[in-house]
Design a protein around this ligand. Structure first.
Ligand code: NI
Length: 178
């Protein structure tokens, strides 16, 4: 057969390549520098990459928080890409864009990432609370849900995904600092 495979066929091929589709993970990845994601611009670029990958149905985002030197991301992966592939794409794209925006060179990210599979609703809820409480533990906000760079659907989503993404693109700091 030439040309495009039928939808059903490509679906089966992808499933065969990636048996992990549909699983949910809590993923953590870190910058080399302690302030690698300090600027609002860097955080915005990271969210843009999450949004792009979501639009491509590579995964569904079930929560994230962007701290100055690391990111927590809860996601259910789709059929097109495995977890390592997905994280590789996000890290590569954001490194290029964030370096370009800040005039930096070299590695933005530490190698690899830490992943934890979430197998039950209870696991998922615990991970979502953990993510949302990161800025509180860091002393950045009083309560979960107040941090500009955190979004957990159904729990702490006073900003829509789109509103979180629509961050100031200039150099202004958000009122709560990092
Ligand atoms: Ni953390």
């Amino acid at each position: 057969m030439t040309g495009q495979p039928s939808v059903g066929e490509s679906h089966r091929l992808r499933l065969a390549r990636c048996s992990m589709a549909g699983l949910t993970y809590h993923v953590t990845f870190r910058t080399l520098a302690n302030d690698g994601l300090h600027s609002p611009q860097a955080k915005t670029l990271l969210i843009e990459s999450l949004r792009y990958a979501t639009s491509q149905a590579w995964y569904e985002v079930l929560g994230f928080v962007i701290m100055s030197n690391h990111v927590h991301l809860i996601l259910t992966i789709g059929e097109a890409k495995g977890l390592a592939d997905l994280l590789g794409s996000i890290k590569k794209w954001t490194a290029r864009r964030i370096n370009a925006a800040s005039g930096s060179h070299g590695n933005l990210w530490q190698d690899g990432f830490h992943e934890h599979a979430l197998r039950t609703e209870v696991d998922l809820r615990k991970a979502q609370e953990y993510v949302a409480h990161n800025p509180v533990k860091a002393g950045l906000t009083e309560a979960p849900g107040e941090y500009r760079w955190c979004w957990v659907p159904g729990l702490y989503d006073s900003y829509s995904f789109e509103e979180v993404t629509a961050a100031p693109s200039g150099s202004g700091e958000p009122s709560h600092g990092t």
